[in-house]
Design a protein around this ligand. Sequence first.
Ligand code: ADP
Length: 255
Amino acid sequence: MSEPIVTYRNVHKAFGDVKVLKGIDLDIFPAEKIAVIGPSGSGKTTIIRMLMTLEEPTSGDIIIDGTNLWKMAKNGKMIRANEKHLRDVRGDIGMVFQHFNLFPHMTILENCMAAPIHVKKEDKREVHERAIQMLERVGLGDKLNNYPSQLSGGQKQRVAMARALVMRPKIMLFDEVTSALDPELVGEVLEVIRDIARNDDMAMVLVTHEMDFALDIADKVLFLDNGVIAEQGTANEVIEHSTNERLQTFLHRFR
Ligand code: ADP
């Protein structure tokens, strides 16, 4: 088996006195598709935000490409280990949020081109071509010059995905990307993720409440409960055949 690209080792996270994560151990392998499920407030978003370095762990290791993202300073605080490594790592990770986070004053094509040009300093013409390709791929090839405000929520979320894909990440993180959408727009967004999952070899971590979707695309499902990974296995094992009572109760609400 290949080496994991990401390893969490005994990761804890507290916000003030509230212990949100209490010892997370997790490997993410190249091309692996992982769904994270669990009750609201169980720490799902925090797990992926720490990988994006948007949140620091309270203790533990998060290792990407063999290097720890964080180290403990003398005063016990976790600080970023190495800014250069961090910049490289950030370029390898794409994240799609619940609330799109598009730049309102840029067209959707400009939205997709901004980071590769300004952050990665890539060639403008190449990025332009790739951005068009990706927007076509998510079904928005006819909206290149529209502004986000002219699009539906589902379309905006598809732009956010195209924008992440243009960066050619090794890992894509999806944080409940359909939960802010009207129900009739959910399907088109899931369809795009399905397409990415089937055809791209990047690793994907999806925080989701869409159980049938997780069953369909995930290699591995994690059930997060009370700050620990209470159950993990194939989608079939966790969603269809687990005997964990809290998981059963949780799943009952979504089926
Ligand atoms: P989930 O994604 O499973 O709903 P989150 O990871 O968003 O859970 O949040 C886990 C817990 O951490 C929640 O109780 C939430 O209120 C708390 N939390 C998350 N972010 C912060 C923050 N920046 N400051 C304080 N508490 C936070």
